[in-house]
Design a binder for this molecule. Structure first.
Ligand code: OOG
Ligand code: MG
Length: 262
């Protein structure tokens, strides 16, 4: 890293953490810092999460983003990405506080709990699934630190892939008992269906998304760890969460999860 890119990295991380802390969005950081390329953006993402860990948060897993066509089309970016989950993002109750967030949106996610460490290169979907202990229903509350969720791939990578909150079901399934490709999720706002998709939407197979994460982390000298939670990516476009609304996801086999905006 040149001294210039080190400076960009720390400015980008400072700005994204300030926006998150002050609940404000802002323009694309690639406009201000043309040297913010994908490699530097992943360094910024790692640094941003390292600062959260220094502040007392704990790393609990990883997530994929933009693994489905619905998400890629909405965001105008045709490449998946990986990012980090900390304990502070986990929702345990029925609601999230909207005053802690900027412009939250909810999306349905198939979630893996890892039974073994896993890292690329060369991880296949079959190998990836063999490292999974159990599968859960989940949702993610994304909250971009960019105005109107407008960003380029390096912008969103640096922003830890819009991570904000996530919730997972309390019942779990053995992956051997599931057809993850056919598993369907229905997204509802206050009980009314707004979208639906199957696991096939996620890279053709959620296990392929998991393999992608393991191979990507392997390239970055990192790994998925036993016990970690992995969100495989929004199956449908995300819906805004407004005060008093409940967004629910009803899976065919995995059960249901719901979150209310308070
Ligand atoms: C980027 C985060 C994407 C997913 O599941 O695709 C993501 C965004 O849509 O703001 O979490
Ligand atoms: Mg997501």
């Amino acid at each position: 890293m040149t001294s210039n890119s080190a400076e960009t990295l720390s400015r980008v991380v400072d700005e994204l953490l300030a926006r998150e802390g002050e609940r404000r969005d802002g323009g694309k950081l690639t406009d201000l810092h043309p040297d913010l390329d994908l490699a530097l953006a992943y360094r910024a993402q790692d640094e941003l999460v390292a600062r959260k860990l220094t502040a007392g948060e704990r790393l609990v897993g990883a997530k994929l983003g933009l693994t489905s066509e619905a998400k890629q089309r909405r965001m105008g970016i045709d490449a998946p990405l990986t990012a980090w989950l900390t304990d502070a993002m986990a929702v345990t109750g029925p609601s999230v506080r909207l005053d802690e967030l900027i412009h939250p949106r909810v999306e349905p996610e198939i979630v893996f709990i890892m039974g073994e460490d896993l890292a690329g290169p060369g991880v296949t979907p079959e190998r990836a699934l063999a490292a999974v202990e159990k599968v859960a229903a989940g949702y993610e509350v994304i909250d971009s630190r960019y105005t109107d969720f407008k960003f380029t791939l390096p912008d969103v990578v640096a922003d830890n892939a819009s991570s904000a909150r996530f919730g997972i079901s309390t019942s779990f399934f053995d992956p051997a008992d599931l057809d993850l490709i056919a598993e369907e999720a229905v997204l509802r706002v206050d009980g009314k269906e707004v979208d639906r998709a199957t696991g096939a939407a996620v890279q053709g197979n959620p296990a392929a998304a998991l393999a992608l994460a393991a191979n990507d982390l392997g390239r970055r000298g990192k790994k998925l760890e036993a016990g970690w939670i992995v969100l495989t990516g929004g199956m449908t476009d995300a819906v805004f969460l407004h005060p008093g609304q409940t967004v629910s996801v009803d899976f065919a086999t995995l059960g249901s999860v719901a979150v209310r905006g308070e």
